[in-house]
Design a binder for this molecule. Structure first.
Ligand SMILES: CC(=O)N[C@H]1[C@@H](OP(=O)(O)OP(=O)(O)OC[C@H]2O[C@@H](n3ccc(=O)[nH]c3=O)[C@H](O)[C@@H]2O)O[C@H](CO)[C@@H](O)[C@@H]1O
Ligand SMILES: C=C(OP(=O)(O)O)C(=O)O
Length: 428
């Protein structure tokens, strides 16, 4: 992973003005993979310039996709032929989301070899549901030497009831059956926005996938998909991070280019704490300047519940709110790498049986290190509110999910310095 220079933040300043939210990383990644299903060109608007996007582009390039950027966030992808059906460990280990190339390759080429995805700093992330769904549809699947080898021996048919709500396995299962003459039914499917956006994209190319956004999804295979043009949804996790940053700095901030409906669980919680939120069709105003915030309890669950991907940032906010708050992550019980770093900044957090008990108070600047993407975002939130200077190392993790963050935070009044990553220029 590219090493980046640390970010320096002098905190204690209010944020102000408008922040234009980037397009969604976690929606864009599966849509780029889903473009493997058509031999025609597709033009995607709203692709954020992030290191994860460049990694998935390397992976699909290995499989046969040519790409060209048209302006800052528009990407044209074209996969006339699949050139490889094996994705090596060196590529898959860089990003867990890449495991869904298995479903796309099964659909388009009838076979796939994909390495077990890499581990993650915040705990065990199994792929058993992906494997069980494929097998339920009649796919032959062997696991050998850290690789999964899958073959379509007949049209995919049957149904699978997921044992938990999983975004990635739902996407993988949909992709595997979207081409061909079979029909599969997914029960207890994820209703996450990133599943719905991938299905909307595929259906816009001629796929026949019904029920996305409900717990039962039916995929009727089609012979081929056409090319097309699609705009990816806004990034609700980036928007959520900025809402939380506004609350932590007791600021008034307007987010533009958002879908307020995707952020309801967070808006409800912040409102309960004393933050005023005003929603319009694609803007969201957060006002934390009117009086004291109150502590609260958070339990993360799958969408549309409170998202795990803003749990560390929310914990950072709660570390600034006097009183006792309790945070439990039911999606990733061990998503806790932010805790030790926040305590360097004066946060009082005790972890017991995967639960954070937070006594809010004042934070101060300190040297800290991000160990994963949202832990890094939590450190940015804490640093923006803390007295004095915080130096955040491990920026390569934050850069996975936030485009030109230092520059965009400066534009809303933060005192942030970092040599900007040269990703876009270097990797086109
Ligand atoms: C690139 C991307 O979009 N990543 C997001 C995606 O990850 P990802 O798709 O990997 O997460 P899942 O929704 O699959 O995981 C949800 C839960 O199911 C468990 N599980 C999942 C699959 C499986 O085969 N077996 C199993 O036990 C996981 O360990 C976790 O506890 O959704 C997560 C949950 O919203 C987010 O935190 C990630 O940011
Ligand atoms: C955890 C995340 O991504 P990934 O699933 O790729 O690790 C995230 O975006 O918060």
């Amino acid at each position: 992973m590219l090493q980046l220079t640390p970010m320096h933040i002098v905190g204690g300043r209010q944020l102000q003005g408008e922040f234009a939210v980037q397009p969604s990383k976690n929606a864009a990644l599966p849509i780029i993979v889903a473009s493997l299903l058509t031999r025609e060109p597709v033009r995607l608007h709203g692709i954020p310039r992030l290191s994860d996007i460049y990694i998935i582009l390397d992976i699909v390039a290995h499989l046969g996709t040519r790409h060209a950027w048209e302006g800052p966030n528009t990407l044209v992808l074209h996969t006339p032929d699949i050139l490889n059906t094996a994705t090596p460990y060196s590529l898959v280990s860089k990003m867990r989301a890449s495991f869904i190339v298995m479903g796309a390759l099964l659909s388009r080429a009838g076979e796939a070899t994909v390495s077990m995805p890499g581990g993650c700093a915040f705990g065990h992330r199994p792929v058993d549901q992906h494997v069980k769904a494929f097998r339920a549809f009649g796919v032959e699947l062997d696991e050998e030497g850290g690789n999964f080898e899958a073959r379509r021996v007949a049209p995919l048919t049957g149904s699978y009831v997921f044992e938990m709500l999983t975004v990635g396995a739902t996407q993988n299962a949909i992709l595997s059956a979207a081409l061909g003459s079979g029909r599969v039914v997914l029960e207890n499917a994820s209703i996450d926005t990133d599943v719905v956006d991938m299905v909307n994209f595929l259906n816009s190319l001629g796929a026949d996938i019904q029920g996305a956004g409900t717990n039962t999804i039916t995929v009727q295979g089609v012979t081929a998909l056409r090319g097309g043009e699609y705009t990816v949804i806004p990034d609700r996790i980036e928007a959520g991070t900025l809402m939380i940053a506004a609350a932590a700095t007791r600021s008034k901030l307007t987010l533009t280019g958002v879908r307020p409906g995707h952020l309801r669980a967070l808006s409800t919680k912040l409102t309960e704490m004393g933050v005023t939120i005003l929603e319009q069709s694609s803007t969201l105003m957060v006002d934390a300047t009117r009086g004291k915030l109150t502590p609260t309890n958070i339990t993360t669950v799958e969408y549309p519940g409170f998202p795990t991907d803003v749990q560390p940032q929310m914990s950072a906010l709660l570390a600034t709110v006097p009183g006792t708050s309790v945070v439990m992550d039911r999606v990733y019980a061990d998503r806790l790498t932010h805790v030790v770093e926040l305590t360097r900044m004066g946060a009082q957090i005790v972890v017991s049986e995967h639960t954070q008990v937070i006594q809010g108070g004042l934070l101060h600047g300190a040297p800290v290190k991000a160990a994963d993407i949202r832990a890094g975002a939590a450190l940015v939130v804490a640093a923006l509110s803390a007295e004095g200077e915080t130096v955040i190392d491990g920026m390569q993790y934050i850069n996975r999910g936030y485009e030109r963050l230092a520059e965009r935070l400066r534009a809303i009044g933060a005192n942030v310095q970092q040599n900007e990553p040269v990703l876009a220029a270097a990797m086109d």
